[in-house]
Design a protein around this ligand. Structure first.
Ligand code: SF4
Length: 201
């Protein structure tokens, strides 16, 4: 099973297949891998333990990679404790920036503000904004937490900014209008985070 995989210059960590969302565009619905540049199957036979993940890192030459990214085929904050423990190990052993790719619903998953736990461990948090509209957001991500999910995701981004050097909210190019992108930019400006329009694959 694939625990670590390469995407461009990043080394990605596949911790879980769990997710509170069922996004209409989720690649898990149609295939077993997420990247055009790496077809390693990302459905897990079991969730890897912290020890299993560290053993994978010990077998891997991390030198060529520019960053380490918690992403995978699911929502990484579903395994918050494991993620933090692995990040602690990585910070102690490698001089590489660490990013989390997330749907931003970790506070709802854990029913608390989880952002202080990232201090000193996580360098970048990249959150899928998808759209500037709360109602449309829920139609797209189909979060099990319902209508409050959009606001909770924005609060997560704002709170994370206090503990994580770079917080990015992203949409995918061509999936929303220019006017909507301008609204996304305004949301990010108000939150004090970076807005990124990701290329469409
Ligand atoms: S948040 Fe990510 S893993 Fe979860 S359903 Fe959406 S695209 Fe899939």
């Amino acid at each position: 099973m694939t625990i670590l995989y390469k995407v461009h210059n990043g080394l990605y960590v596949n911790l879980t297949n769990r997710c509170p969302c069922a996004c209409t565009f989720c690649e898990r619905q149609t295939r077993d891998h997420v990247s055009e540049v790496n077809d390693a199957p990302l459905w897990l036979e079991h969730e890897p333990s912290v020890e299993e993940v560290i053993a994978e890192f010990e077998k891997t030459d991390v030198t060529p990679y520019e960053e380490i990214v918690f992403c995978g085929f699911g929502e990484p904050t579903e395994r918050l404790d494991a993620l933090l423990e692995i990040a602690k190990y990585l910070k102690a052993h490698y001089d590489k920036p660490i990013r989390i790719n997330t749907n931003g619903l970790g506070d709802l998953i854990w029913n608390e503000d989880i952002t202080p736990k990232f201090a000193g461990l996580i360098d970048t948090i990249s959150i899928s904004l998808n759209t500037p509209d709360a109602k449309r957001y829920q139609e797209i991500v189909r979060s099990k937490f319902g209508d409050g999910s959009f606001e909770a995701m924005l609060k997560f981004a704002k709170d994370a900014k206090r503990y994580v050097p770079k917080v990015v909210l992203s949409t995918v190019e061509t999936t929303i209008t220019r006017e909507e992108e301008a609204k996304c930019q305004a949301i990010c400006d108000e939150l004090g985070v970076t807005y990124r329009i990701r290329p469409f694959h």
